[in-house]
Design a protein around this ligand. Structure first.
Ligand code: NAP
Length: 470
């Protein structure tokens, strides 16, 4: 049996926690300690700060992931940034036999069209971060807009469009911070145009998410029948994957249904590619100019030279996430991932001993949360196949978390996170809600450090059953 004792997982989102779980499942040694480090004082990554607040069922995955963090061989250490200003990858290599980077894809992709930086043009990921209460999120969204355009037809676009038309009754039961909740309820947005550059058969949203749009109170969903025609649904209907067929059936049903004159509407548009965001720096966005496209026969589209301006005072660019380089790790700028083979980080084409990746930084920002489980298992299989060599790697003779503390860092440990959870419940109750997220660093850190939370200081509160790694 291998003698792995110290592994760090960087990132406590689904990929990080599935990695920790796979390590615990496959490496049964009681001497193994897995430290799960996170830049934020809170665990769960995109489950906390990306999954839409009204998707309680997906959010409840936190209960499953929590069990990983409660395992006596695991130690959560939040408020530990890896990279510039924080712990370097080199330091981690000296503290742990193996480090698995599960840092996700933190940036948004750009459209590269004129007007993209006008006031009123926002990235959907920034908007998601804001309503999810991410402590680094900005604000200043033009919520007085009557008309918003969401560019892209993936699941993030659907989330954003849905949240823009939700009312107070539906939002109060979520964990959304009170500020964004009040702002969304008071928003002037009445029409949301969600626009795809290709046809409905190429849309990235999943059927369940699409259908949910048809259930939103006080909201019409409007689809133009002519924009559904001409794709593979007409030319090769038998070859369509089930998910695509279901999406098309849903869209066709909406196209046949006249709007009921509800207060709000979501317009689903296809075959329109954005060419310019129109407006000026003084008054912000006025409209988005699209060029109508036609299928090119190979799954792509070609421009037709016909243009359409969709009036809007707010544009949300929802065209996908993108990985960002982590100082000290190689990075492939084209794919936005760390070069790897089965999860082993490749430096100059060769596996780098003790360094691994899992999740979006390994394979790119695709798939649903569950996709991270097999991805993590593959990485852990590589790591454990290397275990003999890893166990022999020389690492510092001190407990890594104590070494971080000795450097003046103040990790938020598991009891500190429990302090944050308790404070969010108290805050929610004070607002006659179940819970409400604390959306700022000061609030999170002071909740973590309240007496009794044992947020910092390793004295017994943390190491718990894991004890001191060998
Ligand atoms: P996504 O699924 O990759 O969708 C991106 C969308 O942007 C596509 O419609 C894409 O069109 C479009 N796009 C890209 N570049 C464009 C451009 N230059 N101009 C116009 N449109 C452009 O990304 P996402 O919506 O950010 O989602 C990321 C991942 O998270 C996905 O795997 C998603 O399923 C997952 N997610 C899941 C849920 C859920 O399960 N409820 C919720 C949120 C996110 P093309 O196809 O033509 O490139």
């Amino acid at each position: 049996m291998s003698a792995l004792t110290r592994v760090a997982v960087v990132g406590s989102g689904p990929s990080g926690l599935y990695t920790a779980q796979a390590l615990l499942d496959q490496e049964r040694s009681p001497h193994l300690t897995v430290d799960v480090l996170d830049r934020l004082p809170s665990p769960y990554g995109l489950v906390r700060y990306g999954v839409a607040p009204d998707h309680e069922k997906i959010k409840s995955l936190q209960h499953t992931l929590r069990r990983v963090l409660e395992d006596p061989r695991v130690r959560f250490a939040g408020n530990v940034a890896v990279g510039p200003g924080g712990v370097s990858t080199e330091e981690l290599r000296g503290l742990y036999q193996a480090v698995v980077y599960c840092v996700g894809a933190a940036a948004d992709r750009r459209l590269g069209i004129p007007g993209e930086d006008l006031p009123g043009s926002s990235s959907a990921t920034d908007f998601v971060s804001w309503y999810s209460g991410h402590p680094d999120a900005g604000g200043g969204f033009p919520l007085t807009a009557r008309s918003a355009v969401v560019i892209g037809v993936g699941n993030v676009a659907v989330d954003v469009a849905r949240l823009l038309v939700r009312g107070a009754a539906e939002l109060r039961g979520t964990d959304m911070p009170q500020g964004p909740l009040d702002a969304l309820v008071a928003s002037g947005v009445r029409t949301v145009h969600m626009v795809g550059r290709r046809g409905p058969a190429q849309a990235k949203f999943t059927t369940r998410e699409l259908r949910e749009l048809g259930t939103l109170p006080g909201t019409d969903v409007v689809v133009r029948g002519e924009e559904l025609a001409g794709g593979p649904a007409d030319t090769a209907p038998d070859g369509l994957p089930t998910a695509v067929r279901r999406n098309l059936d849903t869209l066709r049903a909406w196209a046949r249904t006249p709007p009921a004159g509800q207060d709000r509407r979501i317009e689903l548009r296809f075959h329109l590619r954005p060419v310019e965001i129109l407006g000026d720096t003084a008054d912000g966005v006025r409209a988005v100019r699209f060029e109508r496209t036609a299928p090119d026969g190979e799954g792509g589209v070609a421009g037709t030279g016909v243009f359409e301006d969709v009036p809007a005072q707010w544009v949300l660019r929802s065209v996908g996430y993108r990985g960002v380089p982590l100082a000290g790790l190689p990075f492939d700028d084209r794919s936005g991932t760390v070069p790897n083979e089965g999860g082993r980080v490749l430096r100059d084409g060769a596996p780098s001993p003790g360094e691994y990746v899992a999740g979006w930084i390994k394979r790119g920002p695709t798939g649903v949360i569950g996709t991270n489980r097999p991805c993590a298992k593959e990485t852990v299989a590589s790591l454990l196949a290397d275990a003999g060599a890893l166990a022999g790697r020389p690492v510092a003779d001190t407990d890594p978390l104590r070494a971080l503390e000795a450097q003046g860092r103040s990790p938020v440990l598991w009891p500190g996170w429990l302090g944050i959870e308790a404070a969010e419940t108290r805050l929610g109750r004070s607002l006659s809600r179940t819970t409400a997220k604390i959306p700022d660093w000061d609030g999170l850190l002071s909740a973590a450090r309240e007496p009794g939370s044992g947020a910092s200081g390793l004295g017994g509160a943390v190491t718990g059953a894991a004890g001191s790694p060998a």
